[in-house]
Write a protein that binds this ligand. Structure first.
Ligand SMILES: [Zn+2]
Length: 516
């Protein structure tokens, strides 16, 4: 027992086994490689004794009266088999089933966070100490598993509960932006990958967590300022995650990981793009670039009202990461849909097509005229509560321009579209794939679905006050980037917007926007 104690000291905070080198050192303090907590050696020893007491009492309850594990060598294998099947296995199955269920739910969530950010959405139902203790119980009853099947049950359960405990510790690290957390996550992912490697059907989980260990190593290096070193890890991690994603399609056991892996790929693409950008463009400060990402996550999106459920759903970051990755890439040869015009900054707008008919007796000879308009909506509207409560603030509001007779100004002669005459139509049709070059880029912060909702509300509000209009459902076509001029901390609307420049543009502040 004394030797065992030396080798298997347990962390009193999370229950993880401590590193052998720490256990063997003379220091009165030991640091847990899984949760990172430093504690007194005597406390870790005391915890181990307490744990073993619990395990012994569990084992004693599981075994028929009078039987002791220490005697199992002297008991014939048929008797051991019977004890295992009738007394031990039902108790194991019960607890194991619970952990396996919780583990499957855990691995269906993304388990990666970008530096400086946290993810508080993961709420494991067990404590890591419980799951680590279960692994220890299984180790104690191992001598009773005599046939192949029983052995498989015990080792799978052992590996599964161990991996589960390690991932629970990572959930805590995802929730807290503390120094050194990526190194701890690397430890946990690596050990969990090792555990999954021995369970049939869980190979993609093994490779996923190996990949995440790689990405976390890159994050740690990025945070230390070693951008060149980080790039290789991001690339290796990304390649592995993509392989995992492909293998999940045909895997029933861990197919549930697909959405999580998809998001982890997007996050890694952003990290890789960021490292790449910093390396190729010597002027970008890596920590400033990272703080850009932090800004996306820490924006104080409204939590109440109509928008709360959309803006507080983490799935939206999938899409926004994709836009951000495209922005980064376009500084380095990739393309964005960019409108013609001069300007030192590219500002993203949602391109929306809106159809309506207009009842008129004078300007148009027919009674109802079909009109097609193009609207642009500022793609950062979600950060502006005035836009959320009044969508006209975010868009090029074609219906606002009217003369004293209630007719729309800007429509002259045979023109039937307000936006075209205002120059927005030509601006939109000038957009085509192009590189950003040296121009700075404002990162879009809204999703397509959010743009649809904005414009649905815009149409509903407009229809309520413009009784001569019949509006049909608008269509959000995609993003276009409009070259604009910076003006101190603000942004000037391009000439093409004319009188229709969204009110939002007056409130855009460079210091508040997310800019690449
Ligand atoms: Zn610990």
């Amino acid at each position: 027992m004394a030797v065992d104690n030396m080798l298997t000291l347990r962390c009193k905070y999370c229950g993880a086994p401590l590193d052998r080198k720490d256990v063997e050192s003379d220091s009165p303090y030991v640091t847990c490689p899984s949760c990172g907590t430093t504690q007194q050696r005597v406390d870790a020893q005391a915890y181990l004794e307490q744990l073993m007491g619990q395990v012994r009492s569990w084992v004693n309850q599981a075994l028929p009266g009078g039987f002791a594990i220490s005697q199992s060598d002297s008991v014939d294998s048929v008797a051991r088999y019977n004890i295992f099947m009738n007394s031990v296995k039902p108790k194991v199955d019960l607890e194991y089933g619970e952990y396996r269920f919780a583990l499957n739910s855990l691995i269906s969530h993304t388990m990666l966070v970008i530096p400086f950010t946290v993810d508080k959405t993961l709420k494991p139902v067990h404590q890591s100490a419980q799951a680590f203790a279960f692994g220890e119980k299984l180790r104690q009853i191992e001598p009773l598993a005599v046939d192949g099947n029983s052995k498989k049950v015990v080792t799978s359960a052992q590996r599964m509960s161990d991996a589960y405990a390690l991932l629970i510790n990572n959930c805590k690290l995802l929730q807290e932006n503390k120094d050194g957390r990526y190194l701890l996550m690397v430890n946990n992912f690596t050990a969990a990958a090792n555990d999954f490697g021995g369970i049939e059907g869980y190979e993609p989980a093994q490779r996923r967590f190996e990949a995440l260990a790689e990405v976390c190593t890159g994050c740690e290096q990025l945070l230390k300022g070693d951008v060149t070193g980080s790039l290789g890890h991001f690339e290796a991690g990304l390649a592995k995650l993509k392989k995992v994603s492909a293998s999940l399609l045909s895997n029933l056991k861990v197919g549930i990981m697909m959405p999580a892996v998809t998001q982890e790929i997007k996050q890694t693409e952003v990290l890789r793009g960021l490292a790449d950008l910093v390396i190729h463009d010597g002027t970008t400060d890596p920590l400033k670039a990272l703080s850009t990402i932090r800004a996306i996550f820490t924006y104080d999106y409204p939590t109440s009202g109509n928008w709360g459920y959309l803006l507080n759903n983490r799935d939206r970051f999938n899409e926004i990461f994709g836009y951000m990755a495209a922005c980064i890439a376009s500084r380095n040869g990739g393309t964005l849909n960019i409108a013609a015009g001069d300007g030192d900054i590219l500002v993203p707008f949602w391109n929306i097509e809106l159809r309506y008919s207009f009842q008129t007796g004078s300007l148009w000879k027919k009674h109802g005229v079909e009109v097609s308009e193009n609207l642009l909506a500022a793609a950062d509207f979600v950060t502006d509560t005035a836009c959320l409560s009044n969508p006209t603030e975010a868009v090029t509001n074609v219906f606002a321009v009217r003369n004293k007779e209630g007719m729309f100004a800007g429509i002259t002669g045979s023109e039937t579209s307000i936006s075209s005459s205002a120059g927005i139509g030509p601006l939109i049709s000038s957009a085509h794939p192009n590189t950003a070059g040296s121009r700075r880029i404002v990162v879009p912060l809204s999703t397509k679905r959010e743009a649809e909702r904005l414009v649905e509300q815009y149409v509903a509000n407009t229809a309520a006050v413009e009784n001569k209009l019949k509006l049909s459902n608008p269509e959000v076509r995609g993003l276009i980037y409009v070259p604009c001029r910076t003006n101190n901390d603000g942004i000037s609307a391009p000439a093409g917007f004319g009188l229709l420049a969204p009110a939002r543009m007056n409130r855009m502040r460079l210091s508040k926007l997310v800019i690449i």
